[in-house]
Design a protein around this ligand. Structure first.
Ligand code: DGL
Length: 266
């Protein structure tokens, strides 16, 4: 495939989570044209089965790649990446960057050796996470907790609605209540929605807990894979959704903050 200066980078998530990744991509590649795809008709992924997520994500990314001809696709979603990254790479003919839980940097940072991990129900049960734990957190304790309420809380926050304090409390208390949970000093935000609530989560965990996510590493990886390519954004950025256009329009101010003003239904 030939890459032109206008060829976009495609960022894909079930909803607004990928915007936490887009914010870092903007810093690394300010000239790049971006298409942000939110599968709002499929949200939340965390409650779906592996087979449903794999079929949906591979199918959508295949169709989106044909329509938008991106130079690179980023699955800006831990749930989709830990389940379907290999399959999507088999389907697409462009580089595909995944978003996987930042267990490696968290293990390097933790002094107590007890690391918390917040993700969706689907992410925390993935063998992909078992492998990361085995490879990078051997000798540490990794406590995994599913916090699906935070996905909805992040979506609501970006629609300009008040943040659901109960969802924040449930996530923090749930992790703390696990055996050894009081020793947690580092928490992996293993869902791209969760950094959008970093302020609220940080206040609830207190000053002794560090929150870690993968967004800057992903942006670095995208910059490195597109190193030497030309970027131009005369056509402007675009956000698309599989859901109804009203749901996407409710996010217009949050998208405009990241430079995206054209919204369409996929
Ligand atoms: N943003 C997605 C992730 O990183 C999950 C949200 C959902 O459940 O759809 O895991």
């Amino acid at each position: 495939m030939s890459v032109s200066a206008q060829s976009p980078i495609l960022l894909f998530d079930s909803g607004v989570g990928g915007l936490s990744v887009l914010a870092e991509v903007r810093k690394a590649l300010p000239q790049a044209r971006v298409i942000y795809a939110a599968d709002l008709a499929g949200l939340p992924y965390g409650a779906k089965s592996e087979a449903q997520i794999a079929a949906r994500v591979a199918g959508l990314l295949g169709r989106m790649s044909e329509r938008y001809r991106p130079r690179l696709a980023c699955i800006a979603c831990n749930t989709a990446s830990t389940i379907a990254l290999g399959m999507v790479r088999d389907v697409l003919e462009i580089p595909v960057v995944g978003t996987v839980p930042a267990i490696k940097p968290a293990a390097a940072m933790s002094k107590s050796g007890v690391i918390g991990l917040l993700g969706t129900e689907a992410t925390i049960r993935q063998p992909y996470v078992d492998n990361l734990e085995r490879e990078f957190a051997a000798g540490k304790h990794l406590l995994r907790f599913a916090a699906p309420g935070l996905v909805e809380a992040a979506e609501a926050k970006l629609r300009g609605e008040p943040v659901d304090r109960a969802a924040i409390e449930a996530a923090v208390k749930g992790l703390r209540a696990m055996p050894g949970g009081e020793k947690i000093d580092t928490v992996v935000l293993a869902c791209t929605h969760f950094p959008l609530l970093a302020e609220e989560l940080s206040a609830a965990f207190g000053p002794d807990v560090r929150l870690v996510d993968g967004a800057t590493g992903i942006a670095r990886r995208i910059a490195s894979l597109t190193g030497g390519e030309q970027f131009e954004n005369a056509e402007g950025d675009l956000a698309v959704t599989t859901g109804d256009i009203e749901s996407l329009q409710a996010l217009a101010p949050a998208l405009a903050d990241l430079g995206i003003r054209r919204l369409e239904r996929f």
